[in-house]
Design a protein around this ligand. Sequence first.
Ligand SMILES: [Mn+2]
Length: 340
Amino acid sequence: MEKKEALIKKFKEALQNAQRPVYIFDGDTDGLSSFLLLYHFVKEGKGIMQKLHVTYNEPFIDKINSYHPDVIFILDKPVVEQEFIDACKAPVFYLDHHPVQQVTGCTYFNPRMFNDEDNSCTAYWAYELAGGPLWIAMTGIIGDWQTHHLAEFKKAYPGVIPPSVTKQEDIYLDTIWGSFVRMINFILKGPTKDVKKNIKIMTRIKEASEILEQTTSQGKFLYRYAEKIQVQYDKIRRQIKATRSPLVSHVYQDEGLSFTGDLSNELLIRYPEKTVLIGRQKGDQIAFSARNTTKDLASALKIALEGLQGSGGGHTHACGGSIIAEEFPLLKKRLSTLLS
Ligand SMILES: [Mn+2]
């Protein structure tokens, strides 16, 4: 295996030589920030946000190859299909921090290859490569639940995070910077056409204050967009109350916006001792996500789903699945018993 420094050097060279890159990035703040950092460095190229795994499919590959990129950067994607990499006609540089993938035919950097404990987010590495701007890096870092460069950031941007606040959870929920990160997360939601436009505008934003204080028309536009999404998020959020049950749970109707991850994040911070169960209903199916911090959720879910028309699984403290709507209350009841 190549040395870490040698790999970083290869990425830096690729970035310096890039003339017409394509960037494929994950559909969250870490992915977006990583893209923006690289884009600010190269000042050229085409960004493509991808919410799902990067898999081989012809229209997608055609879209990329027909742009005639000289290099392809894949950022913050947990899974990239080998077939996809093989079909790319330009060198692929894959930067990520999720569990290590077995991929060939590309230059792959993942901090976990060198230290399994190191899951420093993609924006952190993109900042290492591109060197700035720091506020963009901090959007991805805080958005990805990390605190790299915090002291430096507080100094460079006084006021957005009070000096005494150091925990990620507190930053996320109770500071100006936390609300900024959530705003950026919200501009990635909605119809594809709108999201594309928002991303394009983001490439033109020079300072966070343009958005936070609405000092430019572009900043104002993004602020207002985020505000509209926020209203819908709050409408759902307000309906959720914790009871004595070990579960905090809620089902909302799918209206084209997915808030499952955001709701789980916020609720888990507010109720760290509980298991958070969020469902998104579409027709007679409910797609759900469950998270907690201490109890073995994966085992409980497996038992709770027995005999039900649903499926699910995942990690010890983070699971997902789907079930027919009429059986959701039963699933809830069982989980509540198993996790109490
Ligand atoms: Mn990430």
